[in-house]
Ligand binder design. Structure first.
Ligand SMILES: Cc1cc2nc3c(=O)[nH]c(=O)nc-3n(C[C@H](O)[C@H](O)[C@H](O)COP(=O)(O)OP(=O)(O)OC[C@H]3O[C@@H](n4cnc5c(N)ncnc54)[C@H](O)[C@@H]3O)c2cc1C
Length: 435
């Protein structure tokens, strides 16, 4: 990796999850057909030692919540050989997958697809590279046309454009900290593999979203002697709305309309359709969990417990376990529940891109609510003094809508960011079309 002054990249990317992987592929495909001077010199840094997509939640049997056709490329370039179908052919499973008649592969299989694609563009990635700071590089007249990305090990990369992903950060209930016996579901399988204590007799899972339901289902089937308590404030799990008209909220056209809409309309559209993604569970999984609860009732041994309408007030580690205090909302009764381990499946928040940007963040324009202004091409609107491009993939729900942190639009967004980079770099007449 280069040191300051060595080399200036056209683009340096922070994070190498599916969003920046999709962009790396778009760049790779562009470079393969572009004249040398029109190629994009890019490098992505990833803090993990190798590619990994939510490894802690690769629960066997868990399926994708998005059609395999919304892979890394197909919506941008259906002829790309980085598609999920090309991967299947390469793995000699195409015909088997077709016979399977599903649009929703397992997450384990999609992880393998992502890893296959990541390996093919590994020359564009520096693993074990955690970005910790961004330093503006002052140029002529105080203009900042380049920035330096500083990594944890002190190395630095200079770039004319930065694209920041970072992904989702785990969110714990207020005042609750992760510990040996109190986990967030993000690292679930990893922590489970590391756990060396006595076999748990009772698990508590906090939350009512897809991850909470998946963890509950997994624990129930994996620990046949343990009680699994699922604690949540809703009356019951709510089904994810994946109906076809509602699904249009993920369309590229919806991003256009959302971006141009007034703030009040954005809010309303988001609220109407939050049930496509937030705090909802696949109907199949809801029915499976209900079936198990009912069968246990029939058998007279109830170890899967749905503690609904309960608000968690506190979770803390106690000797040999973890203690959850909750309030039963209809009566206000407070109850203490002791378990061996508590898994908080309590959601995520976007990566703090502005925190990473440091002094450069002061040159990023904000809206009246203090949120960063992001243009349609995902480039942050900046003070004229900052001419280096800062792009965001993720953390743009307020400007681009619900697809911001999802896979649905990753391929198209990658093409749009590449188009923007090319438009800013060469005269428009020379720019190659982006598929
Ligand atoms: C369990 C789970 C299942 C999901 N399933 C679906 C689904 O089926 N469909 C869907 O549309 N969405 C799904 N999502 C939403 C998820 O956000 C997207 O799938 C996807 O991960 C977004 O890609 P990304 O690249 O933006 O973020 P991420 O995949 O989170 O990747 C970000 C990367 O940045 C790296 N990173 C972070 N900070 C730094 C740093 N400072 N320096 C260097 N690297 C850094 C991280 O290690 C990570 O590899 C799921 C989310 C979870 C948690």
């Amino acid at each position: 990796m280069s040191q300051p002054g060595d080399r200036t990249y056209d683009l340096v990317g922070v994070g190498f999850g599916p969003a920046n992987l999709a962009l790396a592929i778009a760049i790779e495909e562009h470079n393969a057909q572009a004249a040398p001077e029109a190629r994009i010199d890019a490098l992505f840094v990833e803090r993990q030692p190798r590619f990994g997509w939510h490894r802690g939640m690769l629960i066997d049997g868990a399926t994708m919540q998005v059609s395999f056709l919304k892979d890394l490329v197909t919506m941008r370039n259906p002829t790309s050989d980085f598609s999920f179908l090309s991967y299947l052919q390469d793995r000699d499973r195409l015909v088997d997958f077709i016979n399977h008649k599903t649009f929703f592969p397992t997450r384990t299989e999609f992880h393998d697809y992502f890893s296959w694609a990541a390996d093919r563009v590994s020359h564009l990635v520096a693993y074990d590279g955690e970005a910790v700071a961004v330093q503006p590089v002052a140029g002529d007249g105080g203009r900042v046309a380049e920035v330096e990305l500083v990594l944890r090990d002190g190395r630095a990369l200079r770039a004319r454009n930065l694209v920041i992903t970072g992904g989702l950060q785990p969110c714990m209930p207020e005042g609750v900290r992760q510990s040996e016996r109190v986990w967030h579901n993000q690292g679930f399988l990893t922590r489970l593999a590391e756990y060396t204590g006595p076999a748990p007799k009772r698990w508590t899972v906090v939350g009512a979203g897809q991850s909470a339901a998946e963890v509950t289902e997994y624990l129930h089937r994996t620990y046949p002697d343990a009680e699994i308590c699922s604690v949540f404030t809703r009356y019951g799990y709510s089904p994810a709305d994946d109906s076809p008209f509602a699904n249009r909220i993920f369309d590229p056209e919806a991003v256009d309309l959302f971006h141009g809409a007034p703030e009040t309309v954005k809010r309303r559209l988001f609220d109407y359709h939050r049930g496509t993604n937030y705090s909802v569970v696949d109907m199949d999984l809801i029915e499976e969990l209900y079936r198990r609860v009912y069968q246990e009732k029939v058998a007279g041994v109830e170890r899967l417990k749905m503690l609904n309408a309960r608000e968690v007030l506190d979770v803390r580690e106690v000797p040999g376990g973890a203690r959850t205090t909750y309030e039963f909302l209809p009566t206000g009764e407070r109850v203490v529940l002791d378990s061996d381990i508590v898994v908080c499946a309590t959601g995520y928040r976007p990566f703090d891109a502005l925190g990473l940007l440091g002094p450069a963040a002061e040159l990023c324009l904000r809206d009246e609510m203090g949120r960063v202004q992001v243009k349609r091409d995902y480039r942050v609107a900046t003070d004229p003094a900052l001419t280096a491009g800062i792009y965001l993939q993720g953390g743009t729900e307020h400007t681009h809508g619900i697809t911001s942190s999802l896979l649905s639009n990753a391929a198209v967004r990658a093409g749009e960011i590449l188009g923007s980079l090319l438009a800013g770099r060469v005269p428009a007449t020379e720019a190659l079309p982006v598929h």
